[in-house]
Design a protein around this ligand. Sequence first.
Ligand SMILES: Nc1nc2c(c(=O)[nH]1)N[C@H]1C(S)=C(S)[C@@H](COP(=O)(O)O)O[C@H]1N2
Ligand SMILES: [Mo]
Length: 300
Amino acid sequence: MAHRWKNDLTWDDVTPEAAYLNRRQIMAGAMGLGLASVLPKAAKAETPEPNSWEDITSYNNFYEFGTGKSDPAKYAGSLITEGWEVVIDGMVDKPGTYKMDDIMAAMTIEERIYRFRCVEAWSMVIPWNGFELKDLLEMAGVQAEGKYVAFETANRPDQMPGLAYPVLDWPYVEGLRMDEAMHPLTMMATGIYGRDIPNQNGAPMRLVVPWKYGFKSIKSIVRITVTDQEPPTSWNKANGREYGFYSNVNPQVDHPRWSQASERVIGSGLFAKRQPTLMFNGYEEEVAGLYEGMDLSKFY
Ligand SMILES: Nc1nc2c(c(=O)[nH]1)N[C@H]1C(S)=C(S)[C@@H](COP(=O)(O)O)O[C@H]1N2
Ligand SMILES: [Mo]
């Protein structure tokens, strides 16, 4: 299939699946650098704490199932994804409740191999399956006044034990500007490593925006709202100094507490080698134009 972006990644570049699951060994490494001790609670996109070899293999970050490192893998099984529905509303021609099965039948599902750059300065190469967000938005018919897209995660206390704790302002929310949402690189992932996406990774549908830090990829989406206002985002609300609306990967703009100039490559051995971080995570040619004339140290 012809891609509308420069696709230089193949399965040869993909992070081995075992390394993907073991990626918190990198966070254990960051612990050694004394990074975690200074992180305030509920104000960080990861929860670095000393990891045992067993529990890092089951780590996934999904605070609705708890902030403990093994909570999502332990508890996400209780999320009922059968009969999933997504509300699409706001400034669209066809607002309503869409059945996930109908969405899947209407969309073109394809595999895309993308770089994934975490705000904690490590990276992976992930094979996603899914469809372009643009196709879903066009199905609902975006109106001319629509300038932003807001996303919301399921809010089901009976199925998501982490919601009992006010570590974030629930439900988890995210947002994109309309041109970011409509960009051909932006996808809704429904699969990973060639199979259905596991609950702890955001089943049945999670956002993937490869030129932004990983925490923008909101999981288990139940609502998509087209609006004319910049939507609130969970991490920005929790700590606006550290997490902005844009969250573009940018080696020149450091996180307030650490450098973003380089990243550790997951799957390149226990002492994961460092490589320079690429502007817009390597997608500069495709997306730099979206931010022309913007001061990216101000709009971080
Ligand atoms: N609803 C929801 N989405 C979420 C999160 C979350 O806690 N809740 N965590 C974010 C963060 S901080 C990261 S790093 C990624 C992790 O995705 P992964 O588990 O597939 O690597 O999901 C993001 N999406
Ligand atoms: Mo994160």
